[in-house]
Design a protein around this ligand. Sequence first.
Ligand code: ATP
Ligand code: RIB
Length: 304
Amino acid sequence: MSRVVVCGSLNMDVVVQSARLPEAGETLLGAEVTFLPGGKGLNQAIASARLGIPTAMVGAVGNDSFANSLRGFLADNDVDSSGVREIDGPATGVALIQVADGDNSITVASGANMHFRAEMLHQAPRRDEVWVAQFETPLAATGEILARAHKAGARTVLNLAPYTRHPARLLKSVDVAVLNEIELGQATESKLTSSSSQRSLVAACESLRQRGARAVIATLGAKGALVVSANGVEAIPAFKAKVVDTTGAGDCFVGALAARMAVGAFPTEAARYASAAASCAVERLGAAPSMPTARQVAARLAKA
Ligand code: ATP
Ligand code: RIB
């Protein structure tokens, strides 16, 4: 079986649940706090591993107790964390996530994540692997690693989140680009929402294909996803879910997509599976801890 290698961020998520989000300058009492493993990279690695695919994580943490907890969580979920480097000085990444009424707002203190460098990578990509990256670690490292993976013949997935301006050549190393409608709007300098017409969403996806990505997937929250590739356009529906917290839905989608690609699925089939997985993730609090198992996803697919 092929392996998924996720390069990216590891954060300790400080999840604060309150009845509503505070106004600027306001102090709100009565919230509850939970410390949960997170970071787009770690979340995507956990999503892949819980689906039974051999998975490795590459990234950077500080020399502190949060780093130990995150490593422990990766190990408990069978993710190989030997590629996660410990850096002296900066703290492990922390994300403050405020959740109110199923909605969230996130502030990230990247810390050690922004000190990750391509030279820290001690494993050469292999052609039977799927390499995954996002934009929560330095662009230079992401670009270099994706280029190496692509050159080695591995399949590559880039989640353009949070959206960051990047060199034009970056997408040439990308087999599947995944982004939500806001990021798609930012990438194409257009105003898009999940209710934009399919025509304008497809046109934006096509313009990213022109820049080099072989397939582009726009995730549209409760409206599902749109896959645009050489085979045409496919709308993937969202699966019915009882929403508790949508944090990490996009990460679950990306991790599950990579996991399916690792067993040979093409983007459209992999995206349908990823949509089922993400619908399970929104039913639990937190990002990484809410990633479903293969059995839970199979049950969701069978019920549809
Ligand atoms: P986040 O930043 O919160 O991780 P995102 O904006 O990157 O999320 P979304 O487009 O919101 O990603 O969600 C990713 C996928 O999760 C969707 O394409 C869909 O398949 C699934 N999903 C999201 N919200 C829901 C929902 N309310 N019900 C069912 N499925 C959902
Ligand atoms: O996508 C969700 C993730 O974004 C959270 O886990 C948080 O750490 C931020 O990086």
